[in-house]
Structure formats: structure tokens, C-alpha cells
Ligand binder design. Structure first.
Ligand SMILES: C[S@@+](CC[C@H](N)C(=O)[O-])C[C@H]1O[C@@H](n2cnc3c(N)ncnc32)[C@H](O)[C@@H]1O
Length: 242
């Protein structure tokens, strides 16, 4: 597997470190990928490009929905996550950083190409640049992007701001490159106790700002957390490049 990126940003180290447990802890992402794929209108695409593909939630959902394609291009910055993605004769897996537009330019599809990205673009360090590059790869795209209402109560109680973009920021950035329709979904993930919740945050790869708190502060925060569930907010986008 060619790894073209020498220095991985913080969050991807997180994904790589927990790649082996990601599958057990990605129930929300799996649900989001299912929802994204079930909204697709067609049953065939010449090429599907999956940006931030991880271990293959989108690929698996496409198969479950009997959506066909000639070629599947799976892109992720983490070689460890890509290693978990299904392989096959029509699957191209590449280590690519979506925050850098140079590499994405290699993956330009035809008019029947569909670009998908589920639960990944919230980690772009430059969303505008990423979307500009993505809009040149394929005319049609569908995204599911986590927004700042994710872990809202946890962040409020900790007095920290969300490390990810707000719904308004994502909508504005998308509007620069696409005609798009948006649907905002909220999810709640319930836990038996806060210990389990704490473990989930550590292992799921969704943590971001919480790391800044350190272990002991995070532990205290979880003990005082008023809900028996974690909150997630996801913006679903159906987009046509301008
Ligand atoms: C929460 S996972 C989602 C994976 C998959 N799409 C799913 O629905 O389960 C986010 C993925 O984005 C990848 N990622 C994060 N930053 C990235 C970047 N700058 N370039 C490419 N991939 C990135 C991570 O390695 C991880 O596999």
C-alpha cells in the first residue's frame, strides 16, 4: 500500500491507532452510511468514489442495497483503515489526504461517477479547499458530515467548543461549489453507564476536542454527565457541482 503522506494529522493517528477496534464501536457511523446510501436514487453508477472510506461502511451498504458499479475507488489517509476495507478486482484503494487537493485531482470520474463521503469530511482541516477539489472529481456527490451539535452537552459541560464545523459553516462551504439540498439528523446513543460511554468516546475515533481535557478531567466530566446517551448531529447533503 503506497503511503504518500508522511505526517498524519492528529485525528488520523487516532483512527489508525483504533483501526482494529473501529468496527466494534462504529454503530453510529454504520447507521449514517446506511442512511446516506439508502437515499441514492439510482441502482447503477460507473464509478463510485468513497472519500474517507474507513473500513468500508459505504461499500457494505451499497452491496446491501444492491447498488452496482463498475469501479469503486476507496480513499483514506489511514493505511490501517484501508487495510480493513474490502478488496476486489474492481476496488482501487489509495492513501489520500482530502485536506490536500493535489492528490484528489488524480481521481476524476466521468458523468456517471458518484462521489460519496460518510462521517469523514468533518475532519478536513480546510473544508473549502477539500470541497473545491471534490467538486472537480465528480459532478454528483452525496455527503454525510458530522456537525458541531455532536457531543453538544458534553462540550457545554466541559466548557469547550466543538472541534468540528457547525451546520451553518458546512452549508456555506458546500454552497460555494455545489447546488445542494440539506437534511440535518440527530442521533442518540444510549449506554448502561458512563464507564461504557467513556470507553466508546476513546475507541470510536469520533473524539476530537475531548482529548484536550486529558484523562482525569475527562473521567470527572463523564461522572457528572447528566444524560445516559451521547448526542450526534449529522448533515446529509445531496449535491451537484456548479
Ligand atoms: C469516522 S471514519 C468514517 C469511515 C467510513 N466512511 C464510515 O462511514 O465508517 C472517518 C475516516 O476518515 C478518515 N480521514 C480522516 N481525515 C482524513 C483525511 N484528511 N484524508 C483522508 N481520510 C481522512 C479516517 O482515517 C477515517 O477512516
Amino acid at each position: 500500500m503506497p503511503n504518500k503522506i508522511k505526517k498524519q494529522p492528529h485525528i488520523v493517528k487516532g483512527f489508525s491507532r483504533f483501526a482494529h477496534t473501529y468496527e466494534q464501536y462504529n454503530m453510529i457511523q454504520a447507521e449514517v452510511a446506511k442512511q446516506l446510501v439508502s437515499s441514492l436514487k439510482e441502482k447503477y453508477y460507473s464509478t463510485v468514489i468513497d472519500v474517507g472510506c474507513g473500513s468500508g461502511a459505504v461499500f457494505k451498504s451499497l452491496r446491501e442495497c444492491s447498488i452496482r458499479f463498475d469501479r469503486f475507488i476507496a480513499l483514506d489517509l489511514s493505511a490501517e483503515m484501508l487495510a480493513l476495507h474490502p478488496s476486489g478486482a474492481n476496488i482501487i484503494k489509495e492513501c489520500v489526504d482530502f485536506s490536500s487537493d493535489e492528490l484528489l485531482g488524480e481521481f476524476v470520474g466521468d458523468k456517471d461517477t458518484l462521489l460519496l463521503s460518510s462521517s469523514a469530511l468533518q475532519w478536513s482541516t480546510d473544508l473549502d479547499r477539500t470541497l473545491s477539489a471534490l467538486s472537480r472529481c465528480a459532478k454528483r456527490a452525496c455527503f454525510a458530515i458530522f456537525t458541531s451539535g455532536t457531543f453538544k452537552t458534553l462540550h457545554q459541560n466541559a466548557g469547550i467548543t466543538s472541534p468540528i464545523y457547525s451546520e451553518q459553516e458546512v452549508r456555506a462551504a458546500i454552497g460555494n461549489y455545489y447546488d445542494a439540498t440539506f437534511v440535518l439528523h440527530s442521533y442518540q446513543l444510549r449506554f448502561q453507564d458512563t464507564k461504557e460511554m467513556f470507553r466508546y468516546i476513546q475507541k470510536s475515533g469520533v473524539s476530537g476536542g475531548e482529548r484536550r481535557l486529558g484523562y482525569s478531567k475527562m473521567k470527572r466530566l463523564m461522572e457528572e454527565y447528566p444524560l445516559d446517551y451521547l448526542e450526534f448531529e449529522v448533515l446529509f447533503v445531496e449535491a451537484t457541482a456548479i
